[in-house]
Design a protein around this ligand. Structure first.
Ligand code: 9MR
Length: 505
């Protein structure tokens, strides 16, 4: 009790001078002591004091084991944390250190020892701990010794990391914040669509979703059923939507829009789709048969989705990535080989014929800002506009923090906007090589620079969609490109994109 009152007194004296540990919604916290004490203070009723030098914090003047460097944290009760710190002592042969937690409930302080390790004289060692806080009014994490109540010691690299998924639906909602400008969405795959907690989080953050893979031809085409039908009619096509259903059902039940991706693409489209009898040994079919298959495929996709999910899919990528890299020409593919150079125009013509009224038809591509591809894309768009079957252009935007430059992005957006098309950012992500503070900040700034451009085109911009929810499920496996980390904690990029609209960025 004496200790409690002594500590309380010290805290009351010291508190106004220290920065209270900030609400740590990001779930990760590191003190590297590059910028002062960072809110750490000496837990002591006596002489103990902390000072910082050489990226370490040292405590001197201790006269009890609990005299220790400590810091206030906002921890989430019931969530699992990993905590680690390096410690150094140069007084005794061996000193055991503990990471401990102090907390109070109704004004009564209590303590827990979370993890221990022994430090031989003169060696930095790491103390590790895991901690699942119970419901307390406040939390202090501190580093104390077992015995050896008077030795000076230093700590560095104190880390707290949330160690589990946390779908926090009390965060600001991007869809709400960006509602005055455009829809805000993401791509989600089937296994994520089957995870109720993840989807509740998506529902909170986004108002439009796209299947990452499940509405692509390799997912929708039923090759063995098509093979059977082809015995009678080689233009017949069988389709199924088993993989796409979970997300369609969720979106339908929760009033989330869907952008369809993709009807015609050179990739993720089985080669047998282009062959007689759908057999790998078959010759490629004629242009006429292939156009009939294209029509049967597109017709059935629209028929099924409109019959089962009326009004849900508001727009479609009719054709994806038809223009070759570093060129103004179409890329060579089974589509150009079997149908010819007009396959994109034919796809739009067919899509327009069967699309429910009001459904917007997009051409979608990547590397838009780079010439000569930009010219190739513009030429293709001009010919589609002349046919009268296209509504918009989808910018994929799989970028790094530096390329393409904002000027290149703006220039491309301007060129395409000037054609009077609707725009969408269909597949946004920004890769970084690791999650250092410097990189996370560069990524956040990059997202802001891009969103500024997107907002300048808000009149034509229908939606901005990130290509995934959490970094660990991104197609860019090692590049941490999204707004939420592996545990679905918002990254600096998320907060920056929020602050951009709140006017604080
Ligand atoms: O994110 C998709 C990934 O899961 C697939 O393995 C990959 C296969 O082609 O397709 C990814 O999505 C692509 C999208 O459909 C079109 N633009 C590029 C995307 C990233 O590769």
């Amino acid at each position: 009790m004496k200790r409690f009152f002594a500590l309380l007194l010290t805290l009351l004296l010291v508190m106004p001078a220290i920065a209270l540990g900030e609400a740590n919604d990001y779930g990760n916290y590191t003190s590297d002591f590059t910028a002062g004490t960072d809110g750490w203070y000496a837990r002591s009723a006596g002489e103990a004091a902390v000072s910082v030098s050489g990226n370490a914090l040292t405590i001197t003047g201790r006269n009890a084991t609990w005299n220790s460097p400590g810091r206030d944290f906002n921890l989430l009760p019931g969530k699992k944390y990993k905590i680690s710190v390096q410690v150094l002592q140069s007084s005794e042969a061996n000193v055991e250190f503990m990471i401990s937690a102090a907390h109070s409930k109704n004004g009564l302080e209590s303590y827990e020892n979370l993890g221990k390790a022994k430090a031989p004289k003169g060696c930095w060692i790491t103390v590790n701990a895991t901690y699942t806080p119970a419901e307390f009014d406040n939390y202090i994490l501190y580093v104390e010794t077992v015995g050896h109540g008077t030795v000076d010691f230093s700590i560095r690299n104190f880390k707290v990391e949330l160690d589990e998924l946390y779908f926090n639906t009390s965060l600001p909602s991007l869809a709400e914040i960006y509602a005055p400008y455009f829809d805000l969405g993401a791509a989600i795959n089937q296994s994520q669509a089957l995870d109720a907690n993840r989807m509740a989080f998506c529902d909170h953050q986004f108002n439009i979703l796209t299947h990452e893979n499940e509405l692509k031809p390799d997912s929708v085409l039923d090759i063995s059923a098509s093979r059977n039908l082809a015995k009678e009619d080689d233009t017949a096509v069988a389709v199924h939507f088993d993989a796409a259903k979970p997300m369609l059902d969720f979106c339908q039940a929760n009033g989330i829009k869907v952008h369809g991706h993709v009807l015609v693409w050179h990739s993720q489209t089985p080669d047998v789709f282009f062959r007689e009898g759908y057999k790998s040994s078959g010759n490629y079919v004629t242009r006429e048969v292939m156009l009939a298959r294209m029509e049967n495929y597109i017709r059935q996709v629209f028929e099924y989705t409109e019959a089962n999910y009326p009004g849900l899919i508001i727009s479609w990528d009719v054709v994806n990535e038809a223009v070759a890299d570093g060129s103004t020409q179409l890329r060579e593919s089974n589509w150009t080989k079997v149908v010819g150079q007009d396959f994109v125009n034919r796809a739009f013509e067919i899509a327009r014929k069967y699309a429910p009224e009001g459904v917007k038809l997009y051409y979608n591509d990547y590397s838009t800002p780079y010439e000569p591809k930009l010219t190739g894309i513009c030429n293709l768009l001009d010919s589609l506009i002349a046919d009268g079957n296209i509504d918009g252009y989808g910018f994929q935007c799989h970028y790094s923090t530096t390329t393409p430059t904002p000027t290149q992005v703006r220039n491309a957006m301007q060129k395409i906007a000037a054609k009077g098309l609707l725009l969408r950012v269909s597949e946004l992500d920004v890769g970084i090589s690791n999650t250092s503070d410097v990189n996370l900040t560069a990524q956040a700034n990059r997202y802001v620079d891009l969103f500024k451009i997107f907002m300048d085109y808000a009149d034509q911009m229908e939606a901005v969609q990130v290509w995934g929810l959490t970094d660990d499920r991104s197609w860019r496996g090692d590049e941490f490109p999204l707004l939420f980390d592996d545990r679905c904690m918002p990254k600096p990029a998320f907060y920056s994109v929020v602050e951009l609209v709140n006017g604080t960025k």
